[in-house]
Design a protein around this ligand. Structure first.
Ligand SMILES: Nc1ncnc2c1ncn2[C@@H]1O[C@H](COP(=O)(O)OP(=O)(O)OP(=O)(O)O)[C@@H](O)[C@H]1O
Ligand SMILES: O=c1[nH]cc([C@@H]2O[C@H](CO)[C@@H](O)[C@H]2O)c(=O)[nH]1
Length: 246
């Protein structure tokens, strides 16, 4: 199994309140800085499980970028495709969590990924078509995600493409690639944002995605049941583990 992961690799700064969170004052808590980015997180977890994984991302020629590169190598992720650039600073994401660990607010500063253009995707044709699985997150620009889906579809490998929604703001970029047959991974709120609805649970969200023409989808809902959808099945399954047909 070889996996090619495409998307975010940047700094996370996460502040967790230790007291009942209030937005209008300073809450005592713990602040950590750590590597993040959806594609990087997935790549590192896969590498830790012994899966050979290569990462395509874009990071700055700065100290944060150096640390991220060192971290990828230490984790066993192949960083040869990571683009270093002096034109933009390494991306960052700042999040505030409440005393239960739930996300309260977050801001991402990730314009550096605008440089992951359709031309960058096209140059990877051979690597993309030979990978057993391609994982892409919605940090990639919309036209690059479209180019990625078109490339894999023309090679008859669109079912190898896994797409992660990343956020409510970015998930609309995935509608067209997912309608072409890629698998979408989203939480309930992200699925709702894609559909323009507010689904009650993961199953209702997955049903909505199916009605919107998506072929395969996985919808999570925090501690609630996970919904799995595949067009060739007549129903939507909710379970904690993926059914064999996913
Ligand atoms: N409080 C929790 N404790 C344990 N597992 C959890 C918790 N919240 C979420 N999970 C696990 O993470 C999965 C995804 O969670 P969720 O639906 O909140 O999506 P998300 O917000 O996109 O997740 P992420 O934290 O990765 O950004 C869930 O299906 C569940 O397995
Ligand atoms: O726009 C984005 N927001 C958040 C993330 C990442 O998601 C993870 C939290 O769920 C975290 O690592 C953050 O950097 C991202 O890659 N792009």
């Amino acid at each position: 199994m070889t996996v090619l992961a495409l998307g975010g690799c940047h700094d996370d700064i996460v502040a967790a309140s230790r007291v009942p969170f209030r937005p209008d004052t300073s809450c005592p808590g713990v602040i950590v800085r750590r590597p993040g980015g959806v594609a990087r997180n997935v790549a590192v977890l896969l590498a830790g499980s012994g899966v050979p994984v290569r990462l395509l991302s874009r990071i700055g020629e700065d100290e944060a970028g150096d640390r991220l590169m060192d971290g990828l190598i230490a984790a066993g992720v192949d960083p040869a495709m990571v683009i270093r650039t002096g034109e933009a600073r390494t991306g960052s994401y700042v999040a505030i969590h409440d005393e239960d660990g739930a996300l309260v607010a977050a801001v991402s500063d990730l314009v550096i990924y605008d440089g992951l253009t359709p031309e960058v995707i096209a140059a990877l044709r051979d690597d993309l078509t030979s990978a057993e699985l391609v994982f892409a997150d919605a940090n990639l620009p919309a036209d690059s995600l479209d180019a990625l889906a078109a490339l894999l579809a023309s090679a008859g490998r669109i079912d190898r493409l896994m797409l992660d929604a990343v956020s409510i703001a970015k998930v609309p970029r995935l509608l067209w690639p997912a309608r072409r047959g890629a698998r979408l991974f989203a939480n309930r709120a992200e699925a709702g944002a894609l559909l323009g609805t507010d689904p009650f649970d993961a199953e209702e969200a997955a049903q909505g995605l199916a009605d919107a023409g998506l072929t395969r989808a996985v919808v999570t809902d925090g501690l609630g049941p996970v919904a799995f959808w595949r067009t060739t099945r007549s129903s939507c399954w909710t379970w904690r583990r993926p059914p064999s047909w996913m």
